[in-house]
Design a protein. Structure first.
Length: 366
């Protein structure tokens, strides 16, 4: 016998074949309305709403065998579940789960997955998971809350498509839908670095669920604010193998519908689709964009021309030699050259197209 060989009656009396759930992940649970564990209905409903579109079905079977904690009629039980917990997953007629009158489905489930102290159901809210092939893969004790079995319901993926929000552009929850912003809505993060940190966290969680050979496609776009480019493509982590970067024309850009006082810039009119491939089950290849700062005065590779020009620029574009010396003294570029002052004077004199001597000891940029 297999799981799909059994039938049961729903609360409305309709007979349902378990074959109707072929190809889906099924969670079977014996329920009760007056039990200390009854609040698990709330978590079961949350679990169902989260994963029903991914193929999860929850089948609830009321049972009155444990301290007579579900003595009502099927109609009363159905009404209780809907009014108190908003249950929308499938609830079936009240059955027995133990003894000679145990429902055939439960005889099968207990035989497939016994408990710690025998096969019999010990209490309300014992749970069984059946995979997409109809195999009973796990049994959970009544006290195991539904949110603790979420990871067993999640499946490994061959392909994930993800379109995270743009940074600080459109606010979704509380604006595009609903009245209140949701706690983990990335579109409400104001700080860019915090936004990228959250993006990387979401990326790592999704990437971990891929099977070897699986791919993840991420649709994203750059943002320009205050003369600065914020590029998710550059700043987010790249996990696994970067297989492709597809550039997609964007037809509904906000900048297309705005007039700017000064339009001497290139408007963003594209998105990127970054495709990552998972090649190893345990070893994680990654690329990280590392941002930092360095002082040119501590670089031995910078030319004297560029160093002197940059220093004068930092001092307002015009400077006397003593101030220029003071600004460069003690840094690596000058520390390693005993004749650094002479080198600065030489540099000022051999590049007349960059430096001009406006009076004795005073120089400025052209």
């Amino acid at each position: 016998m297999k799981f799909y060989d059994f039938k049961a009656r729903k609360m409305n009396g309709q007979e349902v074949s378990m074959e109707d759930y072929k190809g889906k992940v099924v969670l079977v649970v014996n329920t009760a309305s007056k039990c200390g564990l009854t609040p698990q209905f709330e978590e079961l409903e949350a679990l169902y709403k989260e994963y029903k579109d991914q193929g999860l079905e929850i089948l609830g079977f009321p049972c009155n065998q444990f301290a007579k904690q579900d003595s009502g009629t099927n109609e009363e039980i159905h009404s209780f579940c809907q009014l108190n917990y908003g249950v929308s997953f499938n609830m079936f007629e009240k059955i027995e789960v133990n003894g000679k009158n145990a429902h055939p489905l439960y005889k099968f489930l207990k035989n497939e997955k016994g408990g710690v102290m025998g096969n019999e159901i010990k209490w309300n809210f014992t749970k069984f998971i059946i995979d997409r092939e109809g195999n009973v893969i796990k049994r959970y004790a009544p006290i195991v809350k539904p949110n603790k079995i979420e990871n067993d319901i999640k499946e490994r993926n061959n392909f994930i498509y993800w379109h995270p929000p743009y940074w600080d552009i459109i606010k979704y929850s509380g604006h595009m839908y609903g009245d209140t912003p949701l706690k983990n809505d990335l579109s409400h993060i104001k700080d860019y670095q915090e936004f990228i940190k959250a993006i990387n966290y979401c990326l790592s969680k999704q990437y971990a669920s891929l099977k070897v050979g699986g791919r993840m496609a991420i649709l994203m776009a750059d943002v320009k604010k205050n003369h600065k480019l914020y590029s998710m493509l550059l700043d987010m982590n790249k996990l696994g193998t970067v297989e492709q970067i597809v550039i997609k024309e964007q037809h509904n850009c906000m900048s297309n519908h705005r007039k700017y006082f000064n339009e001497n810039f290139i408007k963003i009119s594209h998105e990127y689709c970054l495709i990552l491939r998972k090649d190893e089950p345990l070893i994680l290849d990654y690329m990280i964009t590392k941002r930092g700062k360095m002082d040119l005065r501590d670089s031995l590779k910078v030319t004297w021309k560029d160093l002197v020009a940059s220093t004068i620029e930092s001092l307002g574009g015009r400077v006397n030699l003593e101030k220029l010396y003071k600004s460069l003294e003690g840094y690596k570029k000058t520390y390693n050259n005993p004749n650094w002052k002479a080198k600065i004077r030489q540099t000022l004199q051999i590049y007349p197209n960059i430096f001009v001597n406006i009076e004795r000891g005073v120089w400025q940029l052209v």
